[in-house]
Write a protein that binds this ligand. Sequence first.
Ligand code: IFM
Length: 470
Amino acid sequence: MTSTDALPRPGATLRFPEHFRWGTATAAYQIEGAADEDGRTPSIWDTFSRTPGKVRNGDTGDIAADHYHRVSEDVALMRQLGVSDYRFSLAWPRVQPTGRGPALQKGLDFYRRLTDELRAAGIRPVATLYHWDLPQELEDAGGWPHRETAYRFAEYAGLAAEALGDRVATWTTLNEPWCAAFLGYGSGVHAPGRTSAVDSLRAAHHLNLAHGLAVQALRGALPGTAEISLTLNLHAVRAHTDSPEDLDAARRIDAVGNRIFLDPVFHGRLPEDLVRDTASVTDWSFVEDGDLRTAAAPVDSLGINYYSPTEVAAATPSPPSLSPSPWAGAERYVRFADVPGPRTAMDWPVDADGLYELLVRLRDDLPGVPLVVTENGAAYEDYADPSGQVKDPERVAYLQAHLAAVHRAVEDGADVRGYFLWSLMDNFEWAYGYSKRFGIVHVDFPTQRRTFKASARWYADVIARGGLTP
Ligand code: IFM
């Protein structure tokens, strides 16, 4: 990037580079619905959400935003927004029910239809292979703590690439493996709801292995022009004070929150301090020779999902606790501090500096790796007013601040190639069900009526200008 790329052009004060990708993002289970249609089998999220007490209000993704039946309408919305790219995920149990054997044509047909419509609208399809919907049969066979799941994933990746390789521009192996491993198998607040520290670490390793095996399968099946990536929800970790104890607490969270994925995938190694920190949980003997080399199969870009920062302080080591935690090996030594300032409806702090901090860290730690912000956005209490309008000024302010942070990182040399707003439309927000709205398109779930929020009009304007006005 040259410095002139970031110069303002008429009408836009903060101009993004010429070929910057502007997108929106969604995930299969959160929007598709049609849970039992056309041969789709249950995933761990179907099972989890149908288990009383696991998801707020007993909500499930059975119908969600009914996107399965409304593809044309939803692509038309994106065309109106003017996005260049759309990031969605394939439902593994729709493409390869049970997680083994041949692909199901009807499942693939849905994604053929979606990608055809996107391409006809001039929108690049960006497909994620795994956004948390593991076929239930694979969970019954052991799930991500079980090594075989990684090989199942690579097979599925190959099937998807063979069927859709001619129409998907960017392939992302995994979305937020930290959540899949540590919320799914550590704290248990996500599917499948298991609570074992050692299983969460095993799951993390097998997700890294699955990623590397899938990159190999994708490279074998795709044209050389295909872009292959991985999306991580990296934690922008800050120490509460500069004391050695607080700095060490931040180091622990960085190890089990970030470097547990970054080091295997980009350097083919496990962080030494993580192995030390988790010694009372596991000896890591489930890591076999060659696994870390496999995990480090080169990717073309790294996706980063960012919502808010994490601030930590040292805690007086507590006795081993029985309460489940997503921070294997760190939970007894770390206290999470409050980040001051406004909060979203998720009670997450609004702090755009965290995004800047992450991007410049990656600029330094991973030179030569193009970065893409694959998710960023906020939930607020949105509603349609009597005139039918949905005004969401807080979301606009959030997005404006975060895009300005991306711009600042680009000016400071971070190679950020695109920004995907989470989310295109209101959807099933996992354990919160439909109680949290992240969309720039409002969905009235009883009628499935879609309405642009004010933020959608604002985003369309940003895209049209190629940047932000003050
Ligand atoms: O809705 C989720 C998405 O599925 C993964 N990243 C965070 C979003 C907001 O919680």
